[in-house]
Write a protein that binds this ligand. Sequence first.
Ligand code: SF4
Ligand code: SF4
Length: 252
Amino acid sequence: MTTVLNSIELHSVDHCTLSCNYCSHNSENENVKSYSAKDYDRWLDKISQKGISFSIILIGGGEPLINENMPELISMAKSHTHQRVSTMTNGWWLSSEEMVEKQAEKIEGVDDLCVTIYKPYAEKFGGISAIEDKLSYLQELLPKLNIIRWGQRVVRDFAVIEFTDEKKDTIPDFDCGFMACKQLLHTGIVLGCCASRRVMYMSAVDKFDLQKDFNRDEFVSWYNKDPLDLCSYCSIATEGISFKEWTQKIGK
Ligand code: SF4
Ligand code: SF4
């Protein structure tokens, strides 16, 4: 019998073409580093040997489309997923048809692409309608690709994620979307939420170590834990979600 869990994210690249303050993946503070299919195949294999699979495998980052290993990551993820392989991008390449063709080749076979557009690219590439033209061209090249547009057409606000050393009560019935983002690192550690990478040094970070021997029930119960230990140290769970105007660390 196989237990099908909703999703897992592969941390395919540390860095990004932007450096957004409060990036949920800590990419604004990271050095250049990409990972390969080999880095993740062994861990997904081990999980499936325990009788667990995922409806969606998300290839995340950083900015996944700067990773030259994308084609291999996609076909490896396809061999493990129950349903779909998804990825995401900040649209740094939506500048010309030639750039779109290059990226289309790189992501061929992926089921979903979530596109979030940020001010520097919107301005540089001639506004949202010019960007939409490039996305239409991408859709022509990859007709089966499900292109998901982020709600704010150009990102204006960002959720504030701050951690403290002091444990606090969580607010009643808080709901945090990041909890669904279980992130697998190349080391075989799965994080309870992607925002944990900001504070990996904290003992409260919820981790599952795939290097250890484990059984299906242990993993499934860890996966479904809600709230996480770390939530008691996080502004979203202890104060409620708040937003700040989008800014980045480097450049405008
Ligand atoms: S574009 Fe996304 S991954 Fe890159 S720094 Fe901004 S929030 Fe983080
Ligand atoms: S509230 Fe919990 S799940 Fe959400 S970002 Fe904070 S630690 Fe992660």
